[in-house]
Design a protein around this ligand. Structure first.
Ligand code: B12
Ligand code: SF4
Length: 474
């Protein structure tokens, strides 16, 4: 990589080399789209940009710092998500201790949410960019590189004369189609091979796609609204044009939508698929997406399949209607069964996403969720622990007294930040183990999962080891 003016970094969620082989190394590595968009906007405006994805490239902190030294950037910008924040803190402290020249900019939901605490910690040494950062970053980077004042840049916070200044809010980008395509050429694309949305595929190059920003719903565990406020949708033709461009430029033959859900509606979905088919792209590419179960529709799924869709992710979350309601999920259990039925009919794989440890969760409701997952009989299932992440409604609702967070970023490393009244940590861990075991250890499911690439030897061994460890601890 050549020297650059602005270096954008996606820090890893581990702090030590040992942790690299821990659970986090099994976390999916996907291209951080926010960084890819910011990089594209900076580049388009003549700024030389470098990108390092520490998570994907599995760099130790020492290796990352050495790279920063080599690249001599005037700006060092970090994407700050909560689960990687403990490591980000130690990276920033190292950079400051070593006296590396270069302004430090922090963005993404965690830095945005905790901007005051962060500025109190590092004072004038860092700048925060709030919300969607493309335009604020462009102005801020330009000002800092040319040593001009930054107080007229909207959407940022910084310390000046010992005071925290927050400039007026920057409006989100209304017309998403004015943005340049994400700058994937700056990423080491090989580092993301077979990474898309957890699953293995045979395809050559997999890339993310974003057809919209924001979401009209308010599930309590989600921080989508915090950054992206109102929903905005791209034109279907523009999305298809981007697919065509990425196919030509990177030989990208598989795409995964990062949207809250895509398509946005039946009409828009049919239009998108027909446009893709008209251009003949359906014969060259495959794609997957996430949808709300209640949007399932036979006509829509049929044309999606024709247009190259292979798989749909559904956030089913819980098998208990009361819990679904309390987390603001607008889906009914019956919608889930209907969605899987229609997807199956149209030969679309279904990945079910479930949560354990939600507020009001008990052993009994976990049991309902496990039975629900098994009955639905999705092709694959993920059982995540509920975490009230900063930026989500649940963080505000549960924070007082409920989240054991002496220092909000450190707790995410080792200790569960939240437990419902009805379950202790051991019981919850055991429920996850049970869920995975009961779902995958059915002979027909195991065989199908291996054949379809949802499980490979590495994942089976990892699961077996985790289960054994949990079992020994009980
Ligand atoms: C797609 C996605 C994934 C994908 C890909 C992740 C990836 N590496 O990008 C997958 C499925 C793998 C995933 C996994 C997880 N995810 Co996720 N994911 C998302 C999602 C839906 C979209 C992210 C996205 O690309 N959006 C499109 C871009 C354009 O928007 P953006 O990222 O917000 O970026 C803008 C701003 O935030 C800002 N910005 C972003 N980066 C930077 C960097 C700098 C330097 C600056 C200045 C600004 C800036 O400017 C950008 C452009 O406008 C978000 C929700 C959301 N934010 O919309 C959650 C989200 C980021 N994920 C989240 C979580 C918790 C996870 C998991 C831990 C879930 C789990 N239990 O396993 C894992 C972690 C895996 C990992 N190690 O990365 C949380 C993070 C919450 C928090 N407070 O940190 C979010 C916000 C969802 C939520 N729960 O509310 N995720
Ligand atoms: S979880 Fe999905 S549907 Fe719910 S608010 Fe977040 S993005 Fe929207």
């Amino acid at each position: 990589m050549k020297e650059c003016s602005a270096l954008l970094i996606n820090p890893a969620a581990y702090a030590s080399p040992l942790e690299r082989i821990s659970l986090y190394s099994f976390a999916t590595t996907c291209i951080p789209l926010g960084i890819a968009y910011i990089a594209a906007v900076l580049r388009k405006n003549g700024i030389s940009v470098g990108v390092i994805d520490q998570q994907a490239e599995r760099l130790s902190n020492q290796e990352l710092v050495n790279r920063i030294i080599e690249l001599k950037p005037g700006i060092i910008a970090f994407s700050c998500l909560t689960f990687a924040m403990a490591n980000t803190v130690s990276l920033i402290n190292t950079i400051l201790e070593k006296g590396l020249s270069g302004y430090i900019i922090l963005g993404n939901v965690h830095a945005d949410y905790f901007s005051k605490d962060i500025l109190n910690e590092w004072r004038e040494k860092v700048f925060i960019v709030h919300g969607e950062a493309e335009m604020s970053m462009l102005e801020l980077v330009n000002r800092l590189l040319t040593k001009k004042p930054v107080d007229d840049v909207d959407g940022i916070s910084f310390v000046s004369q010992n005071k925290i200044i927050r400039t007026p809010e920057r409006k989100n980008i209304e017309d998403l189609d004015i943005l340049p395509y994400p700058a994937y050429e700056l990423f080491n694309l090989k580092a993301y091979k077979n990474s898309l949305a957890v699953l293995n595929t045979e395809e050559k190059c997999e890339l993310p796609l974003l057809g919209s920003r924001g979401c009209p719903y308010s599930c309590i565990f989600c921080a989508q609204k915090f950054t992206h406020k109102t929903p905005r949708y791209r034109k279907e033709l523009e999305i298809v044009n981007e697919i065509e461009f990425m196919y030509d430029k990177f030989n990208a033959s598989y795409f995964g939508f990062y949207d809250a859900f895509f398509p946005f509606s039946k009409k828009s979905g049919i239009n998108f698929c027909n446009t893709l088919i008209k251009k003949g792209l359906h014969k060259k590419i495959g794609w997957d997406t996430a949808l709300c179960p209640e949007m399932a529709d036979d006509e829509l799924f049929k044309v999606m399949r024709e247009a190259g869709a292979k798989r749909i992710f559904f956030g089913f979350e819980s098998g208990n209607e009361e819990i679904l309601k309390s987390i603001n999920k607008h889906m009914k259990i019956a919608d889930a069964f209907n969605a899987v039925k229609i997807a199956r009919k149209n030969r679309l794989d279904v990945v079910g996403l479930f949560m354990l440890g939600l507020p009001k969760e008990t052993k009994n409701t976990c049991r309902q969720t496990i039975d629900f997952a098994k009955k639905l009989d999705c092709d694959a299932a993920k059982f995540c622990f509920f975490v009230p992440f900063p930026g989500s409604l649940s963080f505000n609702l549960l924070a007082p007294g409920k989240i054991s967070a002496p220092r909000y970023w450190a707790v995410y490393e080792k200790k569960r930040p939240y437990l419902p009244d009805g379950l202790n940590e051991k019981e919850l861990n055991f429920m996850q183990w049970r869920a995975l075991f009961e779902f995958y250890a059915r002979p027909h499911k195991l065989i199908k999962s291996v054949l379809k690439g949802y499980l490979d030897f590495k994942k089976i061994m990892f699961m077996a080891k985790t289960m054994l460890r949990l079992f020994c601890r009980l």
